[in-house]
Design a binder for this molecule. Structure first.
Ligand SMILES: [Zn+2]
Length: 413
């Protein structure tokens, strides 16, 4: 049987009926609904001659043995956020299953081809994203912190893992899965507005943004709103407010896709009759280029010092988290661009603002590329997430072509 992109769309709708409700997808990792989704996914490949395996980190692998052990991997994640969309993650694995079935029906491929369903990409229950892929990539370095994580009901991550057959102490043994990996392909909805705004269905992803995430604490002096003259105030909020606007100019100056977000400012004492004494501000900065990311941060820190002096307040920076930009493989980006153009007549190269499992695989040294399909209204992580059916069918066909190109490339090396 030839590739059947329309079947992928109807399977995704079936998955949504099975594991979603009126508020959206409910496939949160390490829950019963997630296990229902995992079993359903396995059912799609029943009868196909594959080796099936669940690794030490809870990742599911379907392996089509080829003439060589070297492997082209196709990956995604079937877990969702609570009240999530029907396509985020699941599109990749369901389309990947269709492509794997098509390749299997054509006989033994020159290379091994594997589908992976990564465990807990979203980190929705415990706040730690990319669990399974970071274990396989060997970059899971925070196991002591992981041991302390608890969900809203007080259940610890190790307890939830154990209930799903995963021993946190052994999760890193999943590393052997990438030993034979020669290329990694991941299809995903864009989750942003770029392709839709350009009227282009599919695009090749250049890499994932590096991220700098900081907590900035501004400290002034609480003072009576009535008795304190304007020129005598030490208003912590003034510093946060100036910086919240300045980061727009910083992003514009650094350019090339730079984004800066001040996602929260919490003021204390937080009453209408007092000047703000402390303002705790959260800042997130992202760029695809490491030097530009460093420049975003440098300019923001420099500006904050200036604002603190102007307002006679203090400012302190504390890093919450950061990750370097991760660039995908030039050759595979070219193949992805070609595959998009062949099925859609047009393509576009774009960076990814969100992180993905593909970033972990690329970090582990495996040549990697992602393909994006247009998201309607740029929405994701909501039940409103959607993509036109015709575009979903195009992306399945394009992933299929990309897989063939990657197999031929690896086999020829
Ligand atoms: Zn995703």
């Amino acid at each position: 049987m030839a590739l059947d992109p329309a079947r992928v769309v109807s399977q995704l709708r079936e998955l949504q009926r099975l594991t979603g409700d009126e508020n959206g997808a409910q496939r949160v990792a390490w829950t019963d609904t997630w296990n229902t989704a995992r079993a359903w996914l396995a059912g799609l490949l029943d009868g196909v001659p594959l080796d099936v395996e669940r690794d030490e980190a809870g990742n599911d692998w379907w392996t089509l043995r080829g003439a060589s052990d070297r492997a082209v991997l196709i990956g995604g994640h079937i877990d969702s956020v609570p009240n999530g969309g029907w396509l985020d993650g699941s599109l990749n694995v369901v389309a990947g299953a269709e492509v794997l079935r098509r390749i299997a029906e054509q006989g033994t491929p020159p290379l091994t081809v594997r589908l992976v369903n990564w465990a807990d990409e979203e980190g929705a229950r415990f706040g730690r994203s990319l669990f399974g892929s970071s274990a396989a990539a060997g970059s899971m370095a925070d196991q002591d912190e992981l041991r302390e994580l608890r969900d809203h009901d007080g259940i610890s991550l190790p307890e939830a893992l154990a209930a799903n057959g995963v021993d946190l102490d052994r999760a890193l043994e999943a590393r052997r899965q990438l030993e034979s990996a020669a290329a990694y392909l991941e299809l995903h909805i864009e989750q942003g507005p770029v392709l839709e705004s350009m009227g282009i269905p599919l695009g090749a992803v250049l890499g994932t943004y590096g991220v700098e995430r900081w907590r900035i604490t501004w400290t002034g002096q609480a003072a009576h709103a009535g008795s304190t003259p304007m020129d005598r105030r030490r208003d912590a909020l003034a510093g946060a407010a100036k910086l919240a606007l300045e980061i727009r100019d910083i992003a514009a100056r650094v350019g090339n896709g730079a984004v800066c977000t001040s996602g929260s400012v919490v003021c204390r004492p937080g009453i209408v009759t007092s000047v703000v004494e402390t303002a705790e501000q959260l800042l997130d900065q992202r760029h695809l280029d490491a030097a530009s990311l460093a420049e975003l941060l440098r300019q923001a820190q420099e500006a904050s010092g200036r604002f603190a002096a102007e307002e006679d307040i203090e400012v302190a920076w504390e890093r919450i988290w950061n990750i370097e930009p991760i660039l995908f493989d030039e050759t595979l980006i070219g193949f992805c661009d070609d595959a998009c153009r062949e099925v859609a007549g047009v393509s576009h190269r774009l960076p990814s603002g969100p992180l993905h499992d593909a970033a972990e695989v690329a970090r582990a040294g495996v040549p990697t590329v992602m393909m994006f399909v247009q998201s309607l209204r740029g929405l994701s992580h909501t039940k409103l997430e959607d993509t036109k059916e015709e575009h979903l069918e195009l992306c399945v066909a394009a992933l299929d072509r990309l897989a063939d190109k990657a197999i031929a490339w690896v086999a020829g090396r």
